[in-house]
Structure formats: structure tokens, C-alpha cells
Design a protein around this ligand. Structure first.
Ligand SMILES: *[C@@H]1O[C@H](CO)[C@@H](O)[C@H](O)[C@H]1NC(C)=O
Ligand SMILES: *[C@@H]1O[C@H](CO)[C@@H](O)[C@H](O)[C@H]1NC(C)=O
Ligand SMILES: *[C@@H]1O[C@H](CO)[C@@H](O)[C@H](O)[C@H]1NC(C)=O
Ligand SMILES: *[C@@H]1O[C@H](CO)[C@@H](O)[C@H](O)[C@H]1NC(C)=O
Ligand SMILES: *[C@@H]1O[C@H](CO)[C@@H](O)[C@H](O)[C@H]1NC(C)=O
Length: 393
């Protein structure tokens, strides 16, 4: 998360000793975490049509059975990685809950994050590497990963669960390449993001308008890659955000300021582990494309500016993504206190999709945008609801 960086700018030292398990978990990768908690773990790599090499993490089955069930593909959002689906541990984290329920769990990693920073021609130091938005995540990353999972497992369809940008890119994919709709049994949108003009996060609104007025400054600063995780971030997370640190409330408040306040549902003890894995890297263009959505009130392709749009699209404004082409069944979760995925925007999305299953209101007033990943009560509030619906599709 972008504002986490602010937390790290605040110098500070805390004395308390971190629990040994937390220190361990902060330095383990996703597959190492999966193994440490007694689950089978596999790593697969996939190459996209445009040359990015992506990593997929897989939990083929749960603790109580060796049988591999139907595949579920789980896709993280902006600045995140596969780690977000396992960080809170067995009985809390979605990946383990799905595996223990008998599903074959595949965790995607978008280009640019900690696990997907290779390309056949570019290195992650090249600006060309970072020249992508969630349009490319949807157009190239998702079809490569979905086709890989289907081919590898010999299945014709999979379940898809996405959080935030993991939903945006799904809608991009299935509108640009509608043949992918047939590969989806059921899609779960955790905090759906397509239309964004009702975003209430003061931070995101400020970002959107600063870009609108100062596009040139953004270019000059060459903000290609955003917040890639590093040892410094990890150390700062441990010092500033651990239990007993006077600055721990600063960490959680900065998080809340972006996504909505929910002190009841965040396990603050886990903050050092969360911060060791998040942010996991993103391209500035992903943020800027969202900024364009906040300002334009459209769900549409990248806006190059008037004249360049004519060159790229043959029209002055970028084309909208055709949501009526998204015919896969889509289950939309939304929450009152989600400052990013606003109910008005979700309602508009629901009305635009060809086959919405349900708009499901998360029954916890303070539930926020990130609670879908780490919320203490997410199993009962969201994941159990998913498990209940899956056998019907
Ligand atoms: C799964 O397979 C392992 C190794 O073959 C075996 O030790 C274990 O008992 C099996 N577990 C179950 C639940 O069948
Ligand atoms: C980024 O990609 C677009 C096409 O999506 C291309 O028009 C543009 O020239 C590229 N910019 C850089 C800096 O590579
Ligand atoms: C599909 O899977 C088979 C074996 O599982 C593999 O040999 C083949 O290369 C795969 N094809 C693609 C396009 O990934
Ligand atoms: C918070 O996380 C810690 C460390 O994993 C765990 O021991 C504790 O049970 C968690 N608390 C809740 C309420 O889930
Ligand atoms: C969502 O869309 C469906 C189909 O268009 C409609 O029946 C339903 O009432 C909508 N739900 C909400 C909460 O607007």
C-alpha cells in the first residue's frame, strides 16, 4: 500500500522483541510460508504473449486429504502478491481455507510484483519493463495464467477469486477476449473495481486530481516503478509496527486512511509480517489508469490524450470496456466502509455485467478494502459464503 511508505519515512525505534514466529514469517516467501504451515507447495512459471515471466504458487490440496479437487485461481490486487492470501495463517487465510475445503488453489502474481519481475528482453531496471497498467494485467497476464492452470490440471473451467485490481483485470480480460468467459465457473469479486468516480478515500482522490493537473510532473519524475518491496521496508515494518511499538497505531492509521477505518478487524500483531510482504511492487501507470477512472467516471482503456488517442484508437476518447461482454457469472461482495469500492459504483457495475449472480453486502459495518485479505472475521463474513456458493457452479 502506497501510504505505508509514509509510515516508513517516520523515523523511530521500538524496543520490544518480536515473536520468533513473526520474525520468521516476515522473511519467508509465499511457498516457504505454505510449507512452514504444513501444506503442500508448488511453484510454476508462465510466459505471457508480450514476454513477461510470471510465477504461480499452488497449494494442490489441504491438510486432511491428498486428493486434488477443482482449481480455484486467486488473484491479488494493486501492490500485492500471492503472500496476501496466506499471511494470516491456517483457519484465517483464504488460500488455506480453500485448500482445506478440497480445492486446488492457484495464486497468481501479476507482472512487476516480487515474484514476477522477469522478462525475456528487459530487466526490471528498464523503464520499458514498467510500461503497463491493469489493462495489460487483464489482456496478457490473466489469460497466460488461466490457460496454464487449465492445461496443467486438464480442466475446462476454473473458479476465479479476485481482490480489487484482481477484479478490474478480470473485467478487462473478459470484455477484450470474451472467449475466456467460458473458462470461468464462477467469479468472486472481493471489493470490485471498475467504475471509480465515487471513491471516498481522500488519499486516492488527491492522487487522481494531482495527476489530472500535473501529468507532466509525473512524467518528469519518471515514476515508472512504484514501491517495490525491500529489506529496508521490512526492517522498518518490524521496528515501527510491532506490538509494543509506540508507532504501531501510526502504521494502522496510515493504512486505514487510504482504505477506511476498521480497528476491530485488523490483527495488529501481524502488521510486521504484512509490511514485510506488502507493498510488493507496482507500475505508476496502474495508479494513473485508476486516476483516469476517478476523474472520467468511465471504465475505459488508457487515455493517451486527445491527439494520441486518435492515433491509438481512431477516436478522441479511449473506448469503454464492454461489460455486457462479461458473460461469466460474477458474485460481487461489497462493504459499507470500503473507501475504494463504493456501493454506488458497484451497483453500476452490477447493472452493466451480463450475468451478475448476487451483490452481497458484507455484514460488518466497519469492513474495509483490505479486510478481504487480512480481516480477523473474514472467514465467517466472506470466505464461508464463497464455499457455500461454489458447489452450485
Ligand atoms: C497423504 O500422503 C502422504 C504421503 O504419501 C501420507 O503419509 C499421508 O498419510 C496421506 N494423508 C492422507 C490424509 O491421506
Ligand atoms: C509504452 O507502451 C505504449 C503502448 O502500450 C507505447 O505506445 C509507448 O510508446 C510505450 N512507452 C515506452 C516508454 O516504452
Ligand atoms: C500443457 O501441459 C502439458 C503437460 O501437462 C505440457 O506438456 C504442455 O507443454 C502444456 N502446454 C502448454 C501450452 O502449456
Ligand atoms: C493475531 O495474530 C497472532 C499471530 O499470528 C495470533 O497469535 C492471534 O491469535 C491473532 N489474533 C486474532 C484475534 O486472530
Ligand atoms: C444486480 O443486477 C441484477 C441483474 O441486472 C438485478 O436483478 C439486481 O437487482 C441487481 N442488484 C442490485 C442490488 O442492484
Amino acid at each position: 500500500m502506497l501510504p505505508l511508505l509514509l509510515a516508513l519515512l517516520l523515523a523511530g525505534n521500538a524496543a520490544a522483541d518480536l515473536d520468533a514466529t513473526l520474525i520468521r514469517d516476515a522473511s519467508l516467501t509465499t511457498p516457504e510460508l505454505i510449507e512452514a504451515y504444513g501444506y503442500p507447495s508448488q511453484t510454476h512459471t508462465v510466459q505471457t504473449e508480450d514476454g513477461y515471466i510470471l510465477t504461480l504458487h499452488r497449494i494442490p490440496h489441504g491438510r486432511s486429504s491428498n486428493a486434488t479437487g477443482e482449481p480455484v485461481f486467486v488473484q491479488h490486487g494493486l501492490l500485492s502478491s500471492s503472500a496476501d492470501w496466506v499471511l494470516t495463517g491456517p483457519d484465517h487465510a483464504l488460500a488455506y481455507i480453500l485448500a482445506d475445503a478440497g480445492y486446488d488453489v492457484w495464486l497468481g502474481n501479476f507482472r512487476g510484483n516480487t515474484y514476477s519481475r522477469q522478462h525475456v528482453r528487459y530487466t526490471a531496471d528498464d523503464n520499458e519493463f514498467w510500461n503497463f497498467s491493469w489493462n495489460e494485467n487483464g489482456k496478457f497476464d490473466l489469460p497466460a495464467m488461466i490457460d496454464y492452470v487449465l492445461n496443467y490440471t486438464g480442466k475446462e473451467k476454473l473458479y476465479y477469486a479476485g481482490h480489487s485490481m484482481g477484479t478490474t483485470s478480470f473485467f478487462v480480460l473478459n470484455s477484450l477476449k470474451p472467449e475466456y468467459n467460458d473458462k470461468i465457473r464462477l467469479m468472486f469479486s472481493l471489493a470490485p473495481i471498475a467504475f471509480m468516480n465515487h471513491v471516498t478515500s481522500p488519499f486516492l482522490k488527491a492522487l487522481a486530481w494531482s495527476y489530472e493537473f500535473d501529468e507532466i510532473l509525473w512524467d518528469d519524475l519518471g515514476l515508472y516503478k512504484f514501491f517495490t518491496n525491500s529489506a529496508i521496508l521490512k526492517a522498518a515494518g518490524e521496528d515501527l509496527c510491532e506490538d509494543g511499538a509506540v508507532t504501531q497505531s501510526v502504521c494502522s492509521n496510515i493504512l486505514f486512511l487510504t482504505v477506511g477505518f476498521d480497528t476491530t478487524n485488523l490483527n495488529k500483531t501481524l502488521l510486521p509480517v504484512i509490511l514485510a510482504h506488502t507493498p510488493a511492487g507496482a507500475a505508476a501507470k496502474q495508479f494513473l489508469h485508476y486516476s483516469q477512472e476517478v476523474v472520467s467516471a468511465h471504465f475505459r482503456q488508457w487515455d493517451y490524450g486527445l491527439f494520441s488517442n486518435i492515433a491509438h484508437y481512431g477516436r478522441t476518447a479511449p473506448p469503454d470496456y464492454d461489460l455486457s461482454a462479461v458473460t461469466a457469472p460474477v458474485f460481487l461482495f461489497y462493504a459499507d466502509n470500503d473507501w475504494v469500492s463504493n456501493i454506488v459504483d458497484v451497483t453500476k457495475l452490477n447493472a452493466s455485467l451480463a450475468n451478475p449472480v448476487t451483490m452481497y453486502h458484507v455484514d460488518w459495518q466497519p469492513y474495509n478494502h483490505l479486510d478481504y485479505l487480512w480481516g480477523i472475521h473474514s472467514k465467517e463474513l466472506v470466505y464461508d459464503v464463497m464455499l457455500k456458493y461454489m458447489p452450485n457452479y
